[in-house]
Design a protein around this ligand. Structure first.
Ligand SMILES: C[S@@+](CC[C@H](N)C(=O)[O-])C[C@H]1O[C@@H](n2cnc3c(N)ncnc32)[C@H](O)[C@@H]1O
Length: 261
C-alpha cells in the first residue's frame, strides 16, 4: 500500500473525523497531546511554517495563533475542504493545499519551520517524507512532529485494567513485527453512541516501525535531533478527562524536534 492509497482511506474518514473532533471527542489530542506539542514548540512568530497532514486544520490554527504564517497540506481533499471552510469562516491567513507529504509541491528552502501532528506514522514512505521536509526547510529550520509512540503502540497491545476499570499496565508485543497497511477500524473512544450513530468507523491503515528505525530515519534525512518528549496527562487533566488515565501508565505519543543544520 502506498501513500496515495492510504490517502484514499483518510479521505473516507474525513467527514466523520471532522465532525467528532470538532465536537470535542478527540480528547487525547485536546487534553494533553497538542498542549504538550505547543509547549515544546519554539517561538514561531513572524516565521513561515508548513503543517504536514493538517487534517481539518485544528492544530494548524493553533500554530497560526502563535503568529506564524502557515501553509498546510493534507493528502485528503475532503479534509482540506473542511479546513478551508473554517478559514473562510475565520480567516487566519492559512493557505491549505491538497498534497502528499511524500511529494511536497514547494521549492527548496521555502520554509522556516515545519510541524506535523500525528501524521507521519500513517505514511508508508516516511523516510521520503523526512527527506522532502528537509529539502523544503531553510538551513537552520526545524521540523517538530508527533507520532504514536513506537514502543507502546505495538502490533500487539492490550490494556490491563483492575476491578475499578483503571488501567494499571499495557501489555505490548510483536514490537519487531512490521505492520504494513493493516486496516484498523475505530472511532474516538470518548464519543458516546448518540454522537457516532450513523457514522462509519474510521478505517486507518497501520504501519509500525521501531524506535531505532524512526530515529535513524530522522538522522539519515540529514537532520540533527534537538528535543524529545513523551507527553502524559497530569492528575488534574485525568480528573477532568478520566478517559485518558491509561496514558499515565505508558507514553502513548512521541514528540521529536529535529533541525536542518
Ligand atoms: C491522525 S490525522 C491527524 C490530523 C491533524 N494533524 C490533527 O492533529 O488533528 C492524520 C492526517 O494525516 C493525513 N495524511 C496521511 N497520509 C498523508 C500524506 N501522505 N500526506 C499528507 N497527509 C497525510 C491524513 O489525511 C490525516 O488528515
Amino acid at each position: 500500500m502506498d501513500h496515495r492509497e492510504v490517502g484514499r482511506y483518510w479521505d473516507g474518514n474525513a467527514d466523520a473525523w471532522t465532525r467528532l473532533a470538532r465536537a470535542g471527542y478527540d480528547v487525547y489530542r485536546d487534553a494533553f497531546n497538542t498542549p504538550a506539542f505547543l509547549a515544546m514548540l519554539p517561538e514561531v512568530e513572524g516565521l513561515l511554517g508548513l503543517d504536514i497532514g493538517c487534517g481539518e486544520g485544528h492544530n494548524t490554527r493553533l500554530v497560526a495563533g502563535r503568529g506564524a504564517r502557515m501553509v498546510a497540506v493534507d493528502v485528503s481533499e475532503r479534509f482540506v475542504r473542511h479546513a478551508g471552510r473554517a478559514e473562510g469562516e475565520q480567516a487566519l491567513g492559512i493557505r491549505y493545499q491538497v498534497a502528499s507529504a511524500v511529494e511536497l509541491p514547494f521549492r527548496d528552502a521555502a520554509f522556516d519551520f515545519a510541524t506535523s501532528f500525528m501524521c507521519l506514522m500513517d505514511v508508508p514512505e516516511v523516510e521520503q517524507v523526512l527527506k522532502e521536509t528537509h529539502r523544503v526547510l531553510k538551513p537552520g529550520g526545524f521540523l517538530q512532529f508527533s507520532i504514536c509512540h513506537p514502543c507502546f503502540d505495538t502490533p500487539h497491545r492490550r490494556n490491563l485494567r483492575d476491578a475499578a476499570g483503571t488501567t494499571y499496565a499495557i501489555e505490548v508485543g510483536d514490537y519487531f513485527v512490521r505492520r504494513e497497511g493493516e486496516v484498523t477500524e475505530w472511532l474516538f473512544s470518548a464519543a458516546p453512541p448518540e454522537a457516532t450513530e450513523g457514522l462509519p468507523k474510521f478505517r486507518v491503515p497501520r504501519f509500525t516501525r521501531t524506535l531505532n528505525e524512526w530515529l535513524n530515519a530522522v538522522l539519515n534525512a540529514g537532520f540533527l535531533l534537538e528535543r524529545v518528549e513523551e507527553p502524559r496527562p497530569s492528575d488534574a487533566v485525568v480528573r477532568e478527562y478520566p478517559g485518558v488515565q491509561d496514558a499515565q501508565v505508558v507514553a502513548y505519543f512521541l514528540h521529536l524536534r529535529c533541525r536542518k543544520p
